[in-house]
Design a protein around this ligand. Structure first.
Ligand SMILES: Cc1ncc(COP(=O)(O)O)c(C=O)c1O
Length: 376
């Protein structure tokens, strides 16, 4: 059994993927070209945004978003305490300071109350300029954008949606990747829409911003050409082979994979109701179920369950063992009095089970039985 069965997905889509890869090899157009252009068009249409610009990975996508928002020395970047480091890493690269906010105790997404408290604390201190908010659709669950967007507006902050884990999810009828001034995603293989290497994308609505992103992704090239550079950028492009792989995968995601993930999540939640804290989806949201995370009663019980599952060869993971503020690299960042009770509690009790569109019912039964046996 696999935690995320990419081999089963490849078997299902092999004929289309193989044909597409071969056609890129025959064309010898490995960077840019028709597959990349077609993918960008389809991704933008799927999420309901005017422009999609693909790039080399989700971390670069965030760095470019931060650069677009003008993040630099002395700025404060607000981010949830439970996420992957990439959500905030580019802040440090650009000389800014990450300011972590607690999560909501039920959906595990950014807490609007904690966000506003942290913004006020930074303003009161007067040492740093609040600049952007990175809202992370954690584990595929969309944030409460109706609560977060007005806070960003009130304090004049750019909202960036980190949809690395939520491609395919929606909030109040709108797909993720369509929230905030800029949205980013990742095509890391294990993501809901993953390629066969690294990949990412940036989504915006404004034409001028699109042009700027295309320049930033290619060493700050100008409209006059690649060797007439007008700004400092980075080198971040999606390979044509990855685009050729993502096209049939995007179709499968829309046609049946999202439904299959939802069915698998519902089966788990029915089996574990009353025995564990099961995931709660943001009101008005539909998750892409990148992960299925349970909370055990206490940390010791979580550790026992995880050990037992590993012994029985049931794949499991802990996303994430530490909140961001407790990572060694961030220990000296200012917390502004926030004690992160929900993030700390979540990380101490969480464990995640296999979830993917090709998870068979019999496999899920085996997982459920093992978890229930381990908890008694
Ligand atoms: C929430 C989040 N943001 C950003 C990223 C970065 O994506 P990538 O690995 O493609 O750089 C990830 C990837 O794990 C992620 O989970």
């Amino acid at each position: 059994m696999e935690f995320i069965d990419l081999k089963a997905q490849y078997r299902a889509l092999k004929s289309e993927i193989d044909v597409n890869i071969q056609s890129v090899l025959d064309s010898a157009q490995f960077i840019g070209g028709p597959y990349v252009a077609e993918l960008e068009k389809r991704l933008a249409a799927f999420v309901g945004r005017k422009h999609c610009i693909t790039c080399a990975n989700g971390t670069d996508a965030l760095q470019i978003a931060f650069m677009l928002a003008g993040v630099g020395n002395g700025d404060a970047v607000f981010c949830p305490d439970v996420t992957f480091i990439a959500s905030v890493e580019p802040a440090k690269m650009l000389g800014a300071v990450p300011v972590f906010c607690d999560i909501l105790p039920d959906t595990y997404c950014l807490s609007p109350e904690s966000l506003e408290r942290q913004i006020k604390a930074v303003l009161a201190e007067g040492k740093r300029a609040p600049k952007i908010v990175v809202a992370v659709d954690i584990f595929g669950n969309p944030c409460d954008y109706d609560a977060i967007a007005p806070i960003c507006k009130k304090y004049g902050l750019t909202l960036i949606e980190d949809a690395a884990q939520s491609f395919g999810a929606s909030y109040k009828g709108r797909r993720t990747c369509s929230f905030g001034e800029i949205a980013t995603t990742s095509f890391f293989p294990a993501k809901p829409l993953g390629c066969y290497g690294d990949g990412g994308a940036i989504f915006v609505d404004d034409d001028e911003t699109e042009a700027l992103i295309r320049s930033l992704c290619v060493h700050g090239k100008s409209t006059r050409g690649k060797y007439d550079n007008e700004r400092i950028g980075i080198n971040s492009r999606l390979d044509a082979i990855q685009a050729a792989i993502l096209l049939p995968k995007l179709k499968a995601l829309a046609d049946y994979e999202l439904n299959a993930r939802q069915t698998a999540a519902e089966r788990y939640s029915a089996a574990f109701a009353g025995k564990f804290v099961t995931p709660v989806i943001t009101e008005g949201g539909v998750s892409a179920w990148a992960q299925y995370a349970l909370l055990a009663d206490d940390p010791a019980r979580r550790d026992r369950i995880v050990a037992r599952l590993t012994e029985k060869k049931i794949p499991n993971m802990i996303y994430y063992p530490k909140p961001q503020h407790a990572l060694p690299v961030f220990l000296n960042e200012p917390c502004y009095g926030e004690t992160f009770p929900h993030a700390n509690d979540y990380c101490a009790r969480t464990f995640s089970l296999p979830i993917h569109p090709y998870l068979e019912e019999f496999e899920q039964r085996e997982i459920i039985e093992a978890v229930l046996e381990a908890v008694t």
